[in-house]
Design a protein. Structure first.
Length: 91
């Protein structure tokens, strides 16, 4: 695990899905309440782990669990392409 300014980044694995799905659900639901005036909402699978399973564990992506003081706070998913056209898919 690498640490930068108190944030720790470690490789994302299947075991992280159950831990991070509630965090992802809270984040998307909060945005949905603020911007759409609805109780909940997000991309398909954001609330049951399927989004992370589909995108974070994909062979073409790199995913990292983010922690602060050893407490998980989120994840990020990136695609690093050979042509240097890279893509930040999710934070």
């Amino acid at each position: 695990m690498k640490t930068f300014d108190g944030l720790q980044f470690g490789e994302f694995g299947e075991q992280d899905i159950e831990l991070l799905t509630p965090i992802m659900k809270r984040a998307f639901d909060e945005d949905t309440k603020r911007h759409l005036d609805e109780e909940s909402g997000g991309p398909d699978g954001y609330d049951d782990g399927e989004f992370l399973r589909k995108w974070a564990l994909q062979a073409d992506s790199r995913a990292y669990k983010i922690s602060k003081n050893d407490k998980p706070i989120g994840a990020l998913i990136v695609w690093i392409n050979d042509n240097n056209e890279n893509f930040l898919g999710n934070v």
